[in-house]
Ligand binder design. Structure first.
Ligand SMILES: Nc1ncnc2c1ncn2[C@@H]1O[C@H](COP(=O)(O)OP(=O)(O)OP(=O)(O)O)[C@@H](O)[C@H]1O
Length: 546
């Protein structure tokens, strides 16, 4: 879906869900704009009376103060509600981003750096939050205020109104120039921030390699470079931002001075302005009021520009094609079946061509083939991350991409060389937050993986918070086995595990895998493992000609 449409729809949803609050917000915006017009009118009365040596009543002074409190109070309520509205909308947008992540094909993550995606959630999400909290709605409120003030000024002094109208186009051109430059700087900054965001996790991920190869200086330099780009862009934006307000204030002071000088110099000018001393004071109050929202509009335009860049990023993201599984109907067969499967990450360059094989229920089979033949690719096809361009795949009689989420772990478990940990406790590493798995299931899986005694000895047992140093590399693989078998799956997929382990740990893992493989269909990539756990046969994956 087009993101701008989506953002509009999200705004619509928030408005519908908070109808009363939105109506009240509209009323408060109009009320704040209206009441802000009243104090200068009362001030006009007060000054006119004072200038004619008349006393002013206490109630008039109190009324003046009350109006100021009311106008400021309504403005405060208006700002608070606008912020709440913005936050609710950002919530909707971030939820949609999250849902979109789920709909993207696995390949998307290979071609898009994590930092760019993170930046979308954090920086671009914040920019859109600001768009509503300090952008569109505030701009509407400020524009309303400017129009109301102009109207009052015109009704009081056409001359002054014309003078302000003469200045407004100049201010508009000035604002436009600032807007354009700030927009470019914002775009550059966003790009640089995405680079910085990507750099940190990538550096941490490759820290060992960086230290081993002594490329710290290079990594530091490229990080510095990205940060410098961001600072330079921000500097440009801040510079324009910082000159904008003084210029507006200067113009305001010049207008007041011009009106005063002209009115004092000649009666003709005084007549043209057509105002008393009190009116002059009131007009000055209005002029300062009109410049404040005008100045805000400039800031709001900047926020809207920043959000425009964020919206463009989101647009690209939302326009990414969704993962569209072409599922085949289930067949009454257990085990694994590949039927004339052809697949290439790039469809024009197949990795696997017309491959067929069967693994019968409870059979243990080894996949062999030269490096790059496509063994791991077959695992990715079996787990439904990708789907073949031709042919069909069945796991326990089901097309992998048709297996419902909640059934996946009952159908297959996957043990890979890497064990991606999740935030949480040791229990969470095995259940992956699946509340249907009991502690009994977890302890049984740990026992089968040969890790129960180790976990029992941890200070908080299953509740121990997980961190990298808690387990050795071999124990991490045992944890991976426990995670794979905890839901008692029919099929076990074993990738290249037990690499780089000492003989004793490898023996322990093989023992764990032997127990885990009993009464299950097993497909393994490691020859050593397969023979150790008693593989029934081998399937050779042919290497295709380039
Ligand atoms: N995400 C990807 N995008 C594009 N090409 C890929 C991707 N993953 C793997 N490939 C390519 O697909 C081919 C098969 O890779 P695969 O990892 O399946 O081989 P393998 O048989 O498991 O190799 P090895 O035994 O070395 O692990 C390789 O040429 C590889 O470069």
């Amino acid at each position: 879906m087009h993101s701008e449409h989506w953002i509009r729809r999200s705004a619509g949803q928030v408005i519908r869900r908070h109808k009363k609050r939105t109506i009240l917000l509209g009323a408060v915006i109009i009320g704040a704009a209206g009441t802000s017009l009243l104090p200068p009118l009362v001030l006009e009365q007060i000054v006119n009376r004072l200038s004619q040596h008349q006393a002013i009543s206490f109630s008039l002074a109190a009324f003046y103060l009350l109006l100021i409190v009311l106008a400021d109070g309504l403005t405060a309520i208006q700002n608070a509600w606008i912020t709440i509205f913005g936050q609710k909308l950002t919530h909707e947008i971030r939820s949609a981003l999250c849902a979109k992540l789920d709909r993207l094909p696995a390949d998307y993550y290979h071609h898009h750096p994590a930092g760019k995606i993170t930046s979308l959630f954090i920086n671009d999400g914040d920019a859109i939050d600001v768009l509503y909290s300090d952008g569109v709605i505030s701009m509407f409120a400020d524009s309303l205020r400017v129009i109301a003030i102009l109207w009052v000024i015109f009704t009081r002094s056409t001359g002054l109104g014309l003078l302000i109208l003469a200045v407004l186009p100049v201010l508009y051109v000035f604002t436009r120039i600032c807007r354009k430059r700030i927009r470019q700087a914002q775009l550059d900054n966003r790009r640089a921030i995405a680079k910085v965001n990507n750099h940190v996790p990538e550096t941490l991920r490759c820290m060992r390699m960086i230290r081993t190869l002594h490329v710290q200086r290079y990594m530091e330099r490229s990080y510095d470079e990205a940060i410098r780009e961001s600072y330079q862009a921000m500097d440009r934006s801040n510079f324009i931002d910082s000159i904008y307000s003084p210029v507006i204030l200067f113009v305001q002071a010049c207008l007041c001075a011009l009106m005063m000088v002209l009115a004092v110099r000649s009666p003709a000018w005084r007549a043209w302005f057509g105002i008393s001393v009190g009116s002059a004071v009131a007009m000055m109050a209005y002029i300062s009021q009109i410049f404040s929202p005008l100045e805000n509009i400039g800031m709001e335009i900047q926020n809207i520009q920043a959000a425009a860049a964020a919206i463009r990023h989101m647009e690209e993201f939302f326009n990414e094609p969704n993962w569209q599984p072409r599922c085949t109907d289930p067949i009454p067969k257990s085990g694994i079946l590949l039927d004339h499967v052809t697949f290439g990450y790039d469809p024009a360059r197949p990795v696997i061509r017309d491959l067929s094989f069967t693994v019968r229920p409870n059979e243990i089979v080894t996949l062999t083939g030269r490096t790059g033949a496509g063994k791991s690719t077959i695992f990715r096809l079996l787990t439904g991350l990708y789907q073949p361009q031709h042919g069909s795949i069945y796991l326990a009689g089901q097309c992998p991409c048709a297996i419902p989420e909640h059934e996946k772990r009952k159908i297959y478990g996957c043990v890979e060389q890497d064990f991606p940990t999740v935030p949480g406790t040791v229990r969470d590493q095995i259940t992956l937050y699946d509340g249907t798995l009991s502690d009994k299931d977890v302890l049984q899986a740990l026992k089968l993986a040969g890790l129960k005694d180790t976990v029992d000895q941890l200070p908080q047992g299953l509740d121990t918070p997980m961190h990298e140093e808690l387990f050795s590399q071999g124990q991490m693989q045992m944890l991976a086995i426990a995670r794979a078998v905890v839901a008692d799956p029919q099929v076990l997929l074993l990738d290249e595990i037990t690499a780089n382990l000492d003989a004793q740990t490898e023996a322990q893992i093989i023992q764990a895998l032997k127990e885990a493989s009993a009464n299950r269909t097993v497909l393994s990539v490691s020859h050593r493992i397969s023979s150790a756990i008693g593989a029934d046969r081998t399937i050779e994956i042919p290497t295709l000609d380039p």
